[in-house]
Design a binder for this molecule. Sequence first.
Ligand code: SF4
Ligand code: SF4
Length: 234
Amino acid sequence: MNVCQNCHAGCCRSFAVPTTGADILRIERDLGLEFWDFACRWADPHSQIAQKYAPQFHFSDEPGMPYVICLAHVQSEVFPTTTKCRFLVESQPDEEHPLGIGQCGIYDSRPGACRAFPTKFDTTGELAVIYDIPGSGRENESPAYGLCPRPWEPSDVDPLQTLQDLAAAKFEMSFFHSVAMVWNRQPREWNLFPEFLRLVYSNRVIKEESTEATTQAEIVTIADQLKPKQHRAA
Ligand code: SF4
Ligand code: SF4
């Protein structure tokens, strides 16, 4: 049986899910949602969210605080003292499933980090490695944050799809690091960020004769087009 089947999805409750610009635009397009409906900036002063994976962004309205762009969390209906990804669909607990069952409400459009979990590339970048997953995603808190009901085995992981998901996630996160590098040279207000993303990603396809422009130079030009707007809260 698939490990995740019948699980209450402790991973979708425990973790802040870092997104890329590509993840955000895909969710907007596929679900007809706006950035502010589902994305947030998550303060990350100790780099616990970014780790060595996601870029940190700085904003002129909160100078000094590094942020990671993540999916927003909302209060759980089943475990009211806890939070969950706003796309997690919960079911009520019953005898067979004392924590209920959790299902991703945007499975086909979910971020690369969700697709790749719980795997990463090995040091050669050619093999997938399954993470050692702890019993809980958050210490000393609700059972809602308990993780996988049993250890993952290599046979639980699709050897074709998983490697493709890892490669795509790595490529998009690498591009997002470039985006962050440019943004952080001249941090602007948080309320300008969605427009910045839309401009950057809508300029990601160029014609062959335009190859003299470098990616970063293009992003700088795009950043310069941004105009200050009224402040938007986090
Ligand atoms: S997008 Fe889906 S898979 Fe990812 S954390 Fe949210 S509910 Fe879970
Ligand atoms: S906690 Fe583990 S088993 Fe449960 S949904 Fe997440 S990855 Fe799957």
